[in-house]
Design a protein around this ligand. Structure first.
Ligand code: HEM
Length: 212
């Protein structure tokens, strides 16, 4: 869901086909934000009209994204520990398949995991095992009790630089909501491309030049 938000809105043009597309993509961005609000999360400003990049390569992503089985938080990301906590906090709703946390429950169970959670034996789990359908700070409370399902999220408690934020958000849902909303607003206007730096893609999954 968070990743959809990076790509969803495009500027208006006079082509009816593109306008139809615009409507659809803007609806996706708005629907994501509205869903968050409907299930108890914060409202935030959502400027529409981003254009896409001219280049899109899987190789440029490798090594830059966190992984669910990371065993430590990369040093580069720890310059902004609050951002690390907020980006993983999107996992306070939704579902995760077993393969993403199997390494924590089989063979040698992860000692930071609550034994009740280790006992999960199913095809998957809710990411927030207590209030999976509510957008709230329960994920942080869960971490304090060893109830983080993804190893990389549970790491937020073990690392001394992110731990203060986990403790703060676990105690204060309003502070969490405010920081989440602010982060989403900043993300929505991060590195916006203008003029010939980008384009309105005919298909969202590839630059127009690769489909001529
Ligand atoms: C490096 C960044 C991220 C990684 C590696 C990651 C990884 C994952 C994984 C492995 C799942 C489970 C998928 C499955 O088993 O089907 C998942 C689900 C989910 N993620 Fe992320 N995620 C990232 C960033 C985000 C962000 C920034 C948000 C929101 C702000 C987010 C929101 C969600 C939600 C809502 C689900 C549940 C989807 C569902 O129920 O179908 N994720 N993520």
């Amino acid at each position: 869901m968070g990743l959809i938000l990076f790509h969803v809105s495009r500027p208006c043009t006079s082509s009816p086909a593109v306008m139809l597309y615009l409507v659809r993509t803007s609806i996706l961005a708005s629907a994501t934000r509205n869903l968050i609000v409907m299930i108890g999360g914060p409202n935030y400003k959502l400027p529409l009209g981003r254009i896409d990049s001219l280049v899109s390569q899987a190789t440029s992503v490798e090594g830059k994204l966190a992984r669910v089985n990371d065993t430590k938080i990369p040093k580069s990301r720890l310059q902004r520990p609050r951002n690390v906590c907020i980006s993983w906090s999107g996992h306070n709703i939704g579902f995760v398949h077993c393969k993403e946390f199997a390494n924590r429950i089989f063979a040698k169970p992860d000692p930071t995991m609550n034994p009740k959670l280790v006992a999960i034996d199913s095809e998957g789990s809710f990411l927030d095992v207590i209030t999976p359908g509510t957008f709230d700070n329960m994920l942080f409370k869960n971490l304090m009790n060893g109830l983080g399902v993804l190893g990389s999220v549970q790491l937020l408690l073990s690392d001394p630089r992110t731990r203060p934020f986990v403790e703060k958000y676990a105690k204060d849902n309003l502070a969490f909501s405010a920081d989440f909303a602010r982060a989403m607003e900043k993300l929505n206007v991060y590195k916006v491309k203008v003029d010939n730096q980008g384009e309105v893609r005919r298909r969202c999954d590839a630059p127009n030049t690769s489909r001529k």
